[in-house]
Design a protein around this ligand. Structure first.
Ligand code: UGA
Length: 438
């Protein structure tokens, strides 16, 4: 099939490449000429393992352009994967989605299913279809052209950054919300080479699956974080507790990792968006509200703990390991580091930070206030305290005795439980992690 994909972020680009890998001819559209030039050279504009080799492998079937008209005009399916960022009030900002829809309306010339991958509030796809078909009908009748059939399908994505390619090629399920057999058949054709479980629903249910899934996972994390906080007070071990819980298949062992809270571009945004809409309908989702509140408090946990060891961070050399919201991404959105570091700077701390790929993005916020280091050793040298915000493999593999050798005061506040706590016994290192004995 001839397919166009609008937006080349995590969702759009990975979807486009996966569809090309399934044999379709895919044109990826973006407004950013620089990104397009990079992709034309086989370079991915986002950091995502396995993506570039897949782009190379399918280069015969992939093209990249800023010229949306040429891409949309004769596409049999157009995937929309542009961002829906959070507005100040917590609701989703749909301006990028509507811009693409209007461009499709101006240019489409053939029967097409427009597939919304972007996370949009429940009911949005109905509105999108109305807006799109009205504009297309008006334009075609004005030009004396015959009508075309255009329908919207909701096809939420469940990929995680860092494992986006694997999550797409081996998705746990493909959820498709359509309102007609025609759209259903076309979507089956799009996905005929994919052999995952399919869930066909109406459009609104598909939209809801996305929010309900992300918010449930956020809730699961906030729940385990609260249990971890209680474990600290009661001298229990959260990892043993999570293991004991997770073996129950009704609970499952994933997303039970306690830490300093969830970040990223999805959970914080999607919890707030669903909470906002529930408030709007005066049916507040209290569980989701609790997940958000717990997460906000959790993100401050290490700073609070630091007061056990120092009244203030003023003048101290503070080592920060990990800046990104999770490993294997350079994304800083809603990362705990971005909340904690400004407070440390206000306190007068001298911050030395290391991250294998997040530094260039962090420099956009703090170009001069922080000393960026090129190794863990350099970061720890003569430090008075160390904060771990991201569980990078390099940190997990780091010899713990080196903390003692390098730091002036070997105090580690680990927000991601990178090491077994018993390894620190008799080392003279203070190791304070989440939900475990110090
Ligand atoms: C998340 C979902 O996992 C995807 O299924 C979804 O498609 C995506 O959002 C989206 O809506 O686009 P992502 O934000 O990339 O994916 O990252 P996750 O791996 O889910 O991690 C999110 C945050 O939760 C990270 O800060 C991570 O450190 C934290 N987390 C995760 C925990 O604190 N504990 C856990 O057990 C798992």
């Amino acid at each position: 099939m001839k397919i166009a994909v609008a937006g080349t972020g995590y969702v759009g680009l990975v979807t486009g490449v996966a569809l090309a890998n399934a044999g379709h001819h895919v044109t990826c559209v973006d407004v950013d000429e620089h990104k397009i030039q990079l992709m034309k050279q086989g370079i991915s504009p986002i950091y995502e393992p396995d993506l570039e080799p897949l782009m190379q492998k399918n280069k015969e079937r992939l093209s990249y352009t800023t010229d949306y008209a040429s891409a949309y005009q004769d596409a049999q399916a157009i995937f929309v994967g542009v961002g829906t960022p959070e507005k100040k009030d917590g609701s989703a900002n749909l301006k990028y989605v509507y811009t693409v829809i209007d461009q499709i309306a101006q240019t489409l010339d053939t029967d097409c299913v427009v597939v919304i991958k972007s996370t949009v509030p429940i009911g949005t796809n109905d509105k999108i279809e109305k807006r799109l078909t009205q504009q297309i009908t008006a334009r075609r009748s004005k030009l004396g052209l015959s009508p075309i059939r255009v329908e919207i399908a909701s096809n939420p994505e469940f990929l995680s950054q860092g494992t986006a390619v694997k999550d797409t090629l081996h998705a746990s399920r493909i959820v498709i919300g359509v309102e007609s057999d025609w759209a259903r058949d076309r979507m089956k054709e799009v996905y005929q080479e994919f052999h995952q479980p399919f869930v066909f629903t109406d459009r609104r249910s598909a939209e809801m699956v996305k929010y309900a899934s992300n918010d449930f996972l956020a809730l699961k994390i906030s729940y385990i974080n609260e249990i971890a906080n209680l474990c600290e007070l009661l001298d229990a071990n959260i990892e043993d507790v999570a293991k004991g819980m997770g073996l129950d298949p009704r609970i499952g062992n994933r997303f039970l990792k306690a830490g300093i809270g969830y970040g990223g571009s999805c959970f914080p945004k999607d919890t707030k968006a669903l909470h906002w809409v529930s408030n709007y309908y005066e049916k507040e989702l209290k569980t989701v509200k609790a997940a958000i509140e717990v997460n906000d408090i959790q993100k401050m946990k290490l700073l609070k703990k630091s007061h056990k060891y120092y009244d203030s961070l003023e003048g101290l050399k503070v080592a920060v390991l990990g800046l990104t919201f999770k490993p294997d991404t350079d994304d800083l959105r809603e990362a705990p580091s971005l909340i904690n570091i400004p407070i440390m700077l206000d306190d007068g701390a001298r911050i030395f930070a290391w991250d294998p790929i997040g530094i260039p993005n962090f420099k956009k916020y703090y170009p001069d206030e922080i000393t960026y280091c090129s190794s863990i050793e350099e970061t720890l040298k003569d430090a008075d305290i160390c904060f771990i915000f991201t569980e990078w493999a390099q940190i997990r593999d780091f010899d713990i005795l080196r903390y003692k050798e390098l730091m002036t005061h070997p105090i580690i506040l680990d927000g991601r439980n990178c090491y077994p706590s018993h390894n620190f016994k008799n080392t003279g290192i203070i190791y304070d992690s989440v939900g475990r004995r110090t």
